[in-house]
Design a protein around this ligand. Sequence first.
Ligand SMILES: C[S@@+](CC[C@H](N)C(=O)[O-])C[C@H]1O[C@@H](n2cnc3c(N)ncnc32)[C@H](O)[C@@H]1O
Length: 389
Amino acid sequence: MRFAIREFLAIGQEIRLVFNGNHYLPGLPELNGTVAWQKSAVGPAGTNSIDTGIFFSLLDPVTKNRIHEWLLKDGIVQREFAETDQFKDLGSAYDSSTATFQVLRAFGWGPLINLGYFRFPTPVSALNLLYNLVLLKTAYMLPSAQVRLVRKAFKLLEIQAGDDVLDIGCGRGLSSFLIASSHPTSSVIGIDLLPEHVNVATTLYGNIHNLKFEHGDALSLRFQNGSFGKVLCLEAAFHFADREKFLKEAFRILEQGGRLVVVDFAWKTDKDRQILKDEFTRFVQNEWKWSDFFSLGQYIKTAKSAGFKVEGFYKWSRRVTGPIQFIFDTFAKAGQWRWSRAALCRFNPLLHSLTDNHWATLHYSAKAHNHIRRHVEYIALVLKKPGEN
Ligand SMILES: C[S@@+](CC[C@H](N)C(=O)[O-])C[C@H]1O[C@@H](n2cnc3c(N)ncnc32)[C@H](O)[C@@H]1O
């Protein structure tokens, strides 16, 4: 028995499957679930298929087993959602398979893939939109905020002439390029776990004399002890399965007196971690491929036990997550009505790639991100390896 879902389903939508008698699950008249993800694919000869993932809540192991057998009989692939799954598909956080990514791409995510540091903080973040509208520079709002974030982060590195710099999680290379071009006597290496990012970075900035890119994993670095004077990790550590390992690795490859700047998300307090099991949180975890954060206290404690001296920490939420959330909310709300959606598409033709389903998902996604944002601080941590340099 294959069931076809004819109705339009949106992510986050509650659904109830009602069985009509001739089913494989006697005694189970209905199931309640929530649409967790959808992925469309174009098959042979232009046929379209949509995979729909549904979280069924509160299922006991016996019922789970019966459903598993039922789905198998019908050739439907069932996948248990495990915490570790979130790491398996890092690329889908950055390709165009989510509505959120498509919007970010339309608004300038390209060589930089971070959230940006905005000119006007919360609670006046609406000014970011107004300022850019007045100057007719809205299309550049995100890229210029992104460059500002890189500059803020690498200022904290205090790069000296001749420093060797490692940019961990360099993405598509612009952060490494900005460092290399403003410090011509330094040599800069950018590494990233995604080969496609390394390829883009090499294509865009591969011909700079003091810059090179390579594939690498922050948790297992190929470099010898004491190889770098400065290490930057800008908005990449949220993906790491083991931050302690990362901090130990960074400590090892730094020379004495060297500096590490980590820009990351952190729980405001240890208690905030309790939202990990919420549906909103799981949605965002799945979109961005992360499983947990450190709290600020945990970060400092772990950095110290790795051997670092904490030089300082900064809370940047009011300039980063606050303003971008405001823009996301405004955009998602505008996408709810046909006329304003049409106006947005006219203003930015790249938005034509969004389907009705995407627009509905964006509305849910904005709410989910806002839920997490209230529990999370966007931080920059400055750590020093003791000794002379
Ligand atoms: C949000 S992007 C930020 C990229 C860049 N720093 C920027 O500001 O544009 C995070 C990057 O970290 C990379 N990444 C994730 N896990 C990694 C790991 N274990 N080692 C190295 N890079 C990793 C991702 O592939 C992605 O390019």
